[in-house]
Design a protein around this ligand. Sequence first.
Ligand code: CDP
Length: 244
Amino acid sequence: MQAHRLRREDGRTPGNFAEAAAHIFAVNVPAAHRVVAIDGPAASGKSSVARELAKQIGFDYVNSGAMYRAVTWHVLQHAISPGDGVSVARLLEASRIDCDLDEDGSRILIDGVDPAEHLREDRVNDEVSLVSSIPRVREILVAKMHAYASDRNVVMEGRDIGSVVFPETPYKFYIDASPEIRLRRRIAQGQRDRIAVRDRADSSRRASPLVVAEDAHVIDSSNLTVEGVVGEIIGRLKLKGMVI
Ligand code: CDP
């Protein structure tokens, strides 16, 4: 982490042992199983960045937040209380969850229904943090995330992709932005989303909280365009030995 910061500020390559080892590891990662992890708080710009990055480097785009949102919608449709972990887990174990890809990236179907148009509803915004704090929910969805990356290269965005889901990937990014700018972005999207409440819940939960992975490269997107952030990530991936 320190080495990364040094290089960014000085424009120099530190050349220490850890950095060199990371480089050797990175260039030897089998080409078919690479994961670029993009984590960060609500409305930090992760989705736009991850989608555009995936397009530019030819990887598949996986939105893990949409998976937690889809499951939350399913729970609400069944009138199960999001705080009732036992019933939520029982429902999911009895449901068929299919994850695949279309031209826009990852897609999730629950019992044959694609809830894409409901994922940004207020009630989903309000309950998703609670549902995603249930360990069994995470276990079920993390297995799906691993399956995505088992035979393809992916850019995956979320909260714990670099810290918990793919801790071994050398390509970890944490995108942040000031709370004011994040709130403004969400309002511009026409959404009522209490992002500060979600951030607090996501950061303080026991199961896989939102944290900056130790070896993640942090980017503050407050004053950057999507292209600017993607450019910084691609530069970083090249430095780590990825052939793009
Ligand atoms: O788009 P936005 O940043 O608002 O959120 P999202 O990525 O769609 O994620 C919605 C919610 O899902 C988050 O607030 C977390 O509670 C949960 N989530 C999670 O727990 N772990 C992930 N890897 C991704 C999302």
